[in-house]
Design a protein around this ligand. Structure first.
Ligand code: OAD
Length: 234
């Protein structure tokens, strides 16, 4: 089976009703990124940060995967599919994708404030635990923090993601402005013979200069078109 690697960003979940970050009205317009998505912001006001992610987590209970997520999952009988996502929601998994690599962490998980990358402390919350309180502690006695990779922190999953990018037979990019590294650099690891598709309703600047097949549509409509193309060419 051909290896299909799909890199997704906030635009993937836009049609599910989750705001993107950098579009007008996006999350970083409403909440300063330095306050809610950096270790410094967390140190300055942990409650504000914990509450911000509590609200994002509760939003997960209201939204569902869209047609785009479902179409990606529906490709698994035909391709060896790997989803590399910058999203912290769980919509790919809920749509049925079985291999999902989360570069920026997962909303449904919490970890230790002292050692956030230590697998011993990373834990999935049950929905009834989604409202994390100040004073709730990780097993090492530190405040329970969201399992989110903030700006300025290392991205532990990037090595795994690079391995998949290097092995790809087909590479697809959906709904990301490609502003944030190292995720935005993954395309550089994709061998030059490999076809690359990009689905986004807006123009996205790609620095590598390689040929990219652009589908200028939203995630659902774009995936519909891509699925037809991929199945025909298979
Ligand atoms: P951005 O908000 O930067 O980009 C969203 C992209 O989605 C844009 O290119 C939009 O044009 C596109 N888009 C909007 N609606 C769409 C739709 N219906 N279908 C498809 N695409 C659509 O979000 P990301 O690139 O994902 O990190 O941002 C990357 C990272 O920056 C995030 O993971 C987050 C953020 O700060 C952290 O929180 C650590």
């Amino acid at each position: 089976m051909k290896k299909l690697v799909i890199l997704t960003g906030a635009g993937m979940s836009a049609e599910s009703g989750i705001s993107t970050f950098r579009d007008s009205g996006g999350l970083w317009e409403q909440y300063p990124v330095e306050q809610v998505a950096t270790p410094e912001g967390y140190r300055a006001n942990p409650k504000l940060v914990i509450d911000f992610y509590n609200a994002r987590r509760k939003e997960l209970l209201r939204v569902k995967p869209n047609k785009g997520h479902e179409l990606i999952a529906s490709l698994e009988p035909y391709f060896d599919v790997t989803v590399i996502t910058q999203n912290v929601d769980n919509l790919h998994e809920r749509a049925g994708s079985t291999r999902v690599i989360h570069l920026h962490g997962e909303l449904t998980k919490v970890t230790s404030s002292r050692e956030p990358d230590n697998p011993a402390y990373i834990r999935e919350l049950k929905p009834e635990e989604y409202d994390v309180k100040m004073g709730e502690l990780a097993p090492d006695g530190s405040q329970l923090r969201p399992f989110i990779v903030w700006f300025g922190e290392v991205v532990p999953m990037i090595e795994t993601a690079i391995d998949y990018a290097e092995q790809a037979d087909i590479f697809v990019i959906i709904g990301t402005s490609l502003n944030v590294y190292p995720a935005a650099g993954l395309l550089n690891y994709v061998p030059s013979r490999v076809p690359v598709y990009l689905i986004d309703p807006k123009e996205v600047t790609i620095v590598s200069g390689r040929k990219v097949h652009v589908i200028r549509k939203g995630a659902s409509e774009g995936m519909e078109e891509l699925k037809n193309m991929l199945l025909k060419e298979r």
